[in-house]
Design a protein. Structure first.
Length: 184
């Protein structure tokens, strides 16, 4: 195997692992995650070499759409609960909060999976994946206001699980918190 082939093989494995984790966080189900990640990677693998880079860039979008389709009923039920939930008027998190020094991928996963599926999906799409709220609403088949409410609820739950009173988290995340506070 050439160096280029080795690099491409490593990239495929990394892409598959990333897709698996994203789908697992969206669905909370490893069986669905394996299926969706494998199907998506196979789509990339069978693509015409001319379209390979295009397919790689769309792989996450394809995986997200497949994952959300597989849990559509759970999302609808969770969206109904989110609609009736009340948002507290207090701040999302103290201004001086930060992640604990021992925060790792497993703790982030645990905090996200502890959330109800609709707010979790709204946070993952809007904050972690950077999907516009209008597009997230389309993917989640709900209105924009409900997605914003779900993000606010989800961020509140996420930060409550992971926050400590020390220093700000990472440069992008405080803006997300400010955004969530502004949608009350």
């Amino acid at each position: 195997m050439t160096e280029v082939e080795n690099r491409e093989a490593r990239d495929v494995v990394k892409d598959a692992a990333d897709l698996y984790w994203l789908v697992f966080l969206l669905t909370g189900r490893s069986d669905v995650s394996i299926d969706v990640a494998a199907d998506t990677v196979l789509l990339q693998d069978n693509a015409n070499p001319f379209f390979a880079s295009w397919m790689r860039s769309w792989a996450r979008r394809i995986a997200i759409a497949k994952a959300l389709t597989r849990i559509r009923e759970e999302l609808k039920e969770s969206a109904r609960r989110t609609k009736s939930a009340r948002i507290k008027k207090s701040a999302v998190a103290p201004g001086n909060w930060s992640l604990a020094a021992d925060t790792n991928k497993a703790r982030i996963e645990e905090a996200l999976l502890a959330m109800d599926v609709f707010p979790r999906a709204a946070v993952l799409l809007s904050i972690f994946e950077g999907v516009r709220v209008a597009d997230a609403a389309t993917l989640l088949d709900e209105d924009v206001l409900l997605v914003r409410k779900a993000v606010a609820i989800g961020l509140r739950e996420f930060t409550a699980k992971l926050a400590t009173n020390a220093r700000p988290l990472i440069p992008r995340f405080p803006r997300a918190l400010a955004w969530a506070q502004s949608i009350r």
